[in-house]
Design a protein. Structure first.
Length: 522
């Protein structure tokens, strides 16, 4: 017999089988023999009882003959009559081979019937089949006794917000755009514009035409030929193909609303020997972005700047910038006074000059640096990774700065206000130095690591307030050295040398031995 020692694993479900709901429901289960899903033709018998064992039969016995079972799946429609009134019932299933006329094998245990079949009982509930009958329902007052179609007209609604009932189907004050256009807010009105991911109306491409000098000449000519846009609506892109572009003594002067983009920092480079206190190899412009290339200053005289910024709102992104080792004053990037709101992202800027060397020198206000690596010089005089002079509202995030030399400072904040979150300053005589001798200034370090060969944090000036949170300051001479500033340190580590005397307040601080100081400094 195929069904010898059959075991039934079953799930019962009820499904409405016709437009007119009756008492039948669909039964589904899994039939297995010896732990293996059954296959073949089987006869099944179904009996309802009012107890899990013994008890009395409820309704009529249901037979399903010669049911084809594949991979154990059983699917049958049963109808015991109107017996589901809320009373707990159990289903007994028996099985035999489809070719047999012998006795059935009863499968144990009986299966408890859950909520599915009892949905038939809902036929006795009061319900509204159409919107018209809602007037007799308990919530008829919510529809005001009206047919649903009544509310398809705006005129039948009250309290409609202005602009929704003006007959324009809410197309932004009557705006109707053509295919391929989108609605765009200009600051005073909605206008239709092209649905284009590229914000440029023109793209110009410059590629290598010969030697590096010839390539540089082609770059300068192409940029000069681009009409200067009047607004973002006329923005243009100058795309540089891979190559070396040597512009000699002539700066690449960018234009507002014209972005310059290389083909990658490792394959596109602009180089030049431009020298001067108010110029650089590339001079950035307001409302423009320089990205995805390398810039190199080979000036061997005085004032060698890779990128010079004197206009507000310039943007730098994904750049590698270097300044000459032969110059006496050099900086990878110089942000001048008045070049406010400069945004610099994903930048590596270095200089190997030995005197007055800076990875980046920022004077402009409200400037931001994020994900930058800066290195300044290798000499003994004013070699700083990042120099901030009077920069108000400066914001730095994930800054890595270093400098080498006996008087080197990784980050020097001279009369600047700002905040640096994340990153580190290391390998210099002083990791971070801040000073405010004349007017009131404040600097915050948060989640920052400062490691100097002599000082972790060096602060001077009675007008300076420093706040250090969740940071690590380390220096062999002093972890923190201060004269007259006010310094607040919380949840941080001060290691190496001692904290110098002064107005410093510590809370939740530990030293290099992990000794904890709840309310004093190490």
């Amino acid at each position: 017999m195929k069904h010898c020692a059959l075991v039934l694993t079953i799930t019962v479900a009820a499904v409405a089988g016709a437009a007119q709901i009756g008492t039948d429901f669909t039964y589904q289960g899994i039939l297995s023999a010896g732990g293996v899903p059954a296959n073949g033709s089987f006869d099944l018998r179904f009996i309802l009882y009012n107890a899990d064992s013994g008890g009395s039969q409820v309704g009529t016995t249901q037979y399903v003959a010669d049911l084809d079972v594949s991979q154990g799946r059983v699917n049958a429609v049963l109808d015991f009559g109107a017996v589901f009134d809320g009373t707990a019932l159990w289903l007994e299933v028996s099985v035999r081979d489809g070719a047999s006329t012998g006795a059935y094998t009863v499968l144990s245990p009986r299966q408890a019937l859950n909520a599915g079949p009892y949905s038939q009982h809902a036929l006795e509930a009061t319900h509204a089949l159409t919107a018209d009958s809602a007037a007799t329902a308990a919530n008829a007052d919510q529809l005001d006794g009206q047919h649903g179609a009544y509310y398809l007209a705006w005129s039948n609604f009250t309290g409609v917000p202005a602009g929704l009932d003006d007959g324009d189907d809410d197309t932004l004050a009557g705006l109707s755009c053509s295919d391929g256009q989108i609605a765009r807010w200009t600051g005073s009105a909605w206008n239709c514009s092209t649905d284009d991911d590229t914000p440029y109306v023109r793209t110009y491409v410059v590629g290598p035409v010969g030697t590096a000098v010839e390539n540089g000449t082609a770059l300068l000519a192409a940029l000069a030929a681009i009409p200067t846009p009047a607004s973002q609506e006329e923005a243009a892109l100058l795309k540089l193909e891979p190559g070396l572009y040597d512009v000699g003594m002539t700066a690449v002067t960018m234009k507002p609303w014209v972005d310059v983009e290389g083909s990658g920092e490792t394959v596109t480079k602009i180089t030049g020997a431009v020298c001067g206190s108010t110029t650089g190899v590339v001079e950035a412009a307001s409302n423009s972005e320089l990205r995805r290339l390398a810039v190199e200053s080979t000036c061997a005289g005085t004032f060698a700047y890779g990128i010079y910024i004197a206009a507000p709102g310039a943007r730098l992104r994904r750049l590698v910038v270097s300044a000459s080792s032969g110059a006496s004053t050099a900086s990878g990037v110089l942000v001048q006074s008045g070049a406010d709101w400069t945004a610099i992202r994903e930048l590596t800027a270095t200089t190997s000059a030995t005197t007055n060397a800076y990875g980046a020198f920022v004077i402009g206000d409200a400037c931001s640096l994020e994900d930058v690596t800066l290195w300044g010089g290798g000499g003994s005089n004013a070699n700083n990774g990042l120099q901030l002079n009077g920069a108000e509202g400066f914001e730095g995030r994930d800054i890595t700065a270093s400098a080498s030399g006996s008087n080197a400072i990784s980050i020097y904040c001279m009369e600047c206000d700002g905040k640096i979150v994340g990153g580190r300053a290391w390998g210099a005589a002083t990791a971070v130095r801040a000073a405010a001798p004349a007017t009131s200034h404040a600097l915050t370090l948060e989640g920052f690591t400062a490691t100097g060969s002599a000082y972790g944090l060096y602060a001077t000036g009675a007008q300076l307030t420093l706040t250090v949170n969740r940071s690590s300051l380390s220096g062999s001479t002093n972890s923190v050295y201060l004269t007259t500033p006010v310094v607040y340190v919380a949840a941080s580590q001060l290691s190496g040398g001692p904290v110098s005397a002064g107005a410093i307040l510590c809370a939740g601080v530990w030293d290099e031995s992990l000794t904890f100081y709840p309310s004093t400094c190490p």
